[in-house]
Design a protein around this ligand. Sequence first.
Ligand code: SAM
Length: 290
Amino acid sequence: MNYRHAYHAGNFADVLKHMVLVALIDALEQKASPFCYIDTHAGRGRYDLRGPEARKTAESDEGFGVLKTATGLPPLLWKWLETVRACNEGDEAMRHYPGSPWIAAHLMRESDTAQLCELRAEEAGALRQLFHRDPRVHVHQRDGYEAMKALVPPKEKRGLVLIDPPFEAQEAEFRLIEKSLKAALEKWPGGVYAIWYPIKLRSHVQPFHRWLTKCGAKRVLVAELLLRPDDSPLRLNGTGVAIVNAPWKLDEALRDSLRLLPRLLGTPGESEYRLTWLVEDTPDETPTNA
Ligand code: SAM
């Protein structure tokens, strides 16, 4: 288990994932009743973009770094940016980038709760420290896949599970996700599950998409951002989030912001986005070049 998110925080994949997270929390907050947020692979919750790990890769320079001074962003991207700003408490240089737990906790209401799972002791310790004064947030140092099965359905009976594993072994991680999601859906068929995945070779992703179409959920939406053609196993060409039991009109909430990302972060003629219902009688949107 070598993966550390500090090397990747704020990269283009985080931008897509966290923008989708903001949209999902917005959708859950359309109803007054409380919800539970479950993060199976939570990380440390907040990252120093001037730290040695972040500087070594400089990945955030091509993600959050491009967008932090952007103006005229569509409402969803703007809300994501405001959330990052809030994580920096008035530091104009915005040295820190929030992880998914911080974003969720910032947007949650008093009555909502969060269950955060992180296996690595150092990261789980940092996460505990970050939220030690927030009674809504519970940190578990344990395997996120096992925890998901134990934690669903939450007592609120509504909510979101974010599955964001390290993908150290591409195809094996997809199979682990399928196995644990199957078990979770059996216990909680009505939960919203958002699964982040990297795109290197398209052929690695296709079996997962096929599995999703047969997982029994009535609505599965996929949002992808491809910076380069998905034809090389050696580099991160793109990224996607699959949303099982996607809230009504989530595609509309995502479209304007997602459409802009290839143009802002990618290369004209090479970068594109995809917003596709894998399960739903909604017409597919064809890839659009930047
Ligand atoms: N969700 C975080 C965010 O958006 O800010 C980033 C999470 S990072 C991609 C994956 C995290 O999973 C790492 O912090 C890693 O230590 C942790 N991890 C690896 N295997 C795990 C497992 N089996 N259960 C829980 N956490 C795990």
